[in-house]
Design a protein around this ligand. Structure first.
Ligand code: MF3
Ligand code: CO
Ligand code: CO
Length: 267
């Protein structure tokens, strides 16, 4: 018998799944809005984690990272050259830091997963530019989502733009299907070629979460086993939305109710 390479089946969700994702996505987006005033000089990332823990409890939701593969915090908070999975700690943040807060909530069994960048005080022009390029990369990836497009079109849209802006795309982490599972098929690569990979169909739900570096794309892990940092210590930024493929295009579940899309955030 010839062995057939099978593509893992990509789940298709119906209107109930989309409604549940809207609810979970909006709650996590509200949490990202509400942490904004806390992301300032002198505050520790643990204090943000504590705030999010209380937010989840108040809204009958559960932070999905708690206990996930042994991870012990409610959030991931990644500063400066930390690419992702920064573990909240007691160290106060400083002026000039650029900060990614990545929050995932389980609401009625469904996962809303989103992250945004924040700036402490004033930062460098280079850091501001990196944040703008990263946001635009994510939005270009999202704009490539429609029925009949391919997964590779998303990666191509992100990579071609980010590299034209003299930034690099991290390869070691990707977006993911989600819904009642936190990390489901398919992998969403943030680099790639047009037309490659599975074809998108209405009902697919996944995240797009590019990590973009000012320097080279390589990462390494700190001894805690979680924190990923750039090998060359260059700054790294990330944004993440949870999205669904609709009949006509794409729906973003995690849009900010307060219009806080990217820094600077007006109070
Ligand atoms: N929220 C992250 C993501 O976007 C996953 C964090 S898993 C953890 O997929 F264990 F590191 F928290
Ligand atoms: Co994610
Ligand atoms: Co996330």
């Amino acid at each position: 018998m010839t062995r057939v390479e099978t593509q893992p089946h990509i789940r298709l969700h119906g209107p109930e799944g989309f409604a549940a994702m809207r609810k979970a996505g909006q709650l996590v987006a509200q949490a990202l809005d509400d942490v904004t005033p806390l992301v300032r000089e002198g505050v520790s990332t643990q204090e943000i984690d504590d705030f999010f823990w209380a937010f989840a409890e108040k809204h009958n939701a559960l932070p999905a990272t708690l206990g996930y593969r042994g991870y012990r915090k409610a959030s991931c908070i990644s500063l400066n050259h930390v690419v992702c999975h920064g573990i909240p700690n007691a160290k106060p943040m400083s002026s000039g830091d650029i900060v990614n807060v990545d929050l995932t909530l389980i609401v009625d069994g469904w996962h809303g997963d989103s992250s945004r960048m924040y700036v402490i005080g004033e930062t460098s022009r280079a850091a501001e530019r990196l944040i703008d390029v990263t946001y635009e990369s994510m939005m270009r990836g999202i704009a490539a989502v429609k029925p009949g497009a391919h997964l590779g079109d998303i990666g191509y849209a992100i990579q071609s733009y980010a590299e034209a802006e003299r930034c690099s795309v991290v390869r070691d982490f990707c977006g993911h299907g989600l819904g009642e599972l936190f990390h489901d098929h398919p992998n969403i690569l943030h680099y790639g070629r047009k037309g490659d990979g599975a074809m998108l169909k209405p009902g697919m739900i996944f995240t797009i979460e590019p990590m973009i570096n000012l320097g080279k794309p390589q990462v390494k892990f700190l001894s805690d086993g979680w924190t990923a940092v750039t090998r060359d210590k260059s700054l790294s930024a990330q944004f993440e939305h949870s999205v669904g493929v609709t009949e006509s295009g794409v729906e973003i579940f995690t849009t900010s109710p307060a219009g806080m899309h990217k820094p600077p955030y007006k109070a």
